[in-house]
Ligand binder design. Structure first.
Ligand code: 13P
Ligand code: SF4
Length: 335
């Protein structure tokens, strides 16, 4: 049984655990640190989380790093400060551990753009193809996948597949197109996309590059091709962070979710990071799913160990193979 945040709070109230609403004067940071020790919990946070959550995490990283940590942790409880597919991945890799997510409604538009029943029908048209799925997909989609990948290891994963094998790539069409260009492999693409990375305005970015001629555009491969063609560097969140540290440029226009800028500024306080402008009027390019997690929800999920990620055994057994293959290939490539 899984609950969303409201249902979880309602359930806790019904069980009498939450007789009154949370005390607004509570020191959430101190409570979270105390609960971490008391429950032998580990907090894993993605770079797109708010800085106050990142500061409390035991590990902050990209999707690959987070899955590697989830596979090797000795903690009894994994608290996933990220989105649903990430917590599911952690559960598949450490099924004996309790995995909690501060808000069960923290989904992912990219994962939602590829429902497993539709993909299953699509796959029937290509019975000989190998299925490579970006890790940003549901646990059920992973059961239909031969090898997962993240944006850090995607090129290595595609290149590890024998040249005579044909490939279906799901669910991100933009990452898929980037990989076709980068590896020269022809692939059948599922037409999914991330709402955050498709919101950037090429016109506004190009105008910004004119007013900041020294700035380098760094972009995540989930962005559309017309954005990527202007980029000086394309990479995963950890790749973008590394590039911003090592490249001599002093100014960067950052085309990904702006949560990563917290780490970039901390690592290079002498450099300037400008969030790439979106194609909307409220100037918002934050991931609404990632930002559902708050300190209060983090505290509550650790205190009550809810909402918990629970998956059927068959999903864990079939889905984890695709993640383990990815982790093996990554380890061999030194990633
Ligand atoms: P990475 O951190 O692996 O680059 O993934 C970005 C992302 O969109 C996560 O949802
Ligand atoms: Fe999903 Fe995009 Fe948000 Fe990442 S940034 S969690 S891919 S919606």
């Amino acid at each position: 049984m899984s609950y969303n945040y409201q249902e979880a709070v309602g359930e806790l109230k019904r069980r009498g655990y939450l007789a009154v609403d949370v005390d607004p004067t509570l020191d959430f940071e101190a409570e979270i640190i105390r609960l971490k020790k008391e429950k032998n919990a580990v907090i894993l946070a993605h770079y797109y989380q708010d800085s106050e959550i990142q500061d409390l995490a035991d590990f902050v990283g990209d999707s690959l790093g987070l899955s590697q940590e989830a596979a090797k942790t000795k903690a009894d409880m994994i608290v996933f400060a990220g989105v649903h597919f990430m917590a599911e991945t952690a559960k598949m890799l450490s099924p004996q551990k309790k995995v909690v997510l501060p808000d069960l409604n923290a989904g992912c538009s990219l994962a939602d753009s590829c429902p497993a029943p539709l993909f299953s029908k699509f796959k029937e048209k290509y019975p000989e193809h190998i299925v490579v799925s970006y890790i940003n997909c549901s646990a059920e989609l992973k059961t239909l996948t031969d090898i997962c990948c993240t944006s850090t290891n995607a090129v290595h994963i595609i290149e590890s597949i024998p040249k005579d094998k044909q490939i279906i790539f799901a669910p991100d069409r933009n990452l898929g197109k980037y990989l076709i260009k980068k590896t020269g492999r022809d692939m059948v693409l599922w037409e999914g996309a991330c709402m955050v990375h498709e919101i950037f305005s090429k016109e506004k970015i190009v105008a910004l590059m004119h007013t900041h001629p020294e700035a380098k555009l760094i972009a995540h491969p989930e962005c559309e091709p017309h954005i990527l063609e202007h980029a000086h560097y394309i990479g995963s969140t950890s790749g973008l962070l590394k590039f911003s540290k090592t490249d001599p440029a002093k100014e960067f226009i950052v085309a990904t979710e702006p949560g990563i800028i917290y780490n970039m500024e901390r690592a290079s306080p002498d450099k300037v990071f400008i969030p790439a402008p979106p194609d909307n009027h409220c100037a918002c390019n934050e991931c609404p799913h990632m930002k559902r997690n708050t300190l209060e929800k983090l505290y509550l999920c650790m205190k009550y160990e809810l909402p918990e990620i629970l998956l059927p055994d068959w999903v864990i057994d079939q889905g984890k193979k695709s993640i383990e293959r990815m982790l093996d290939i990554s380890a061999k490539a030194g990633l």
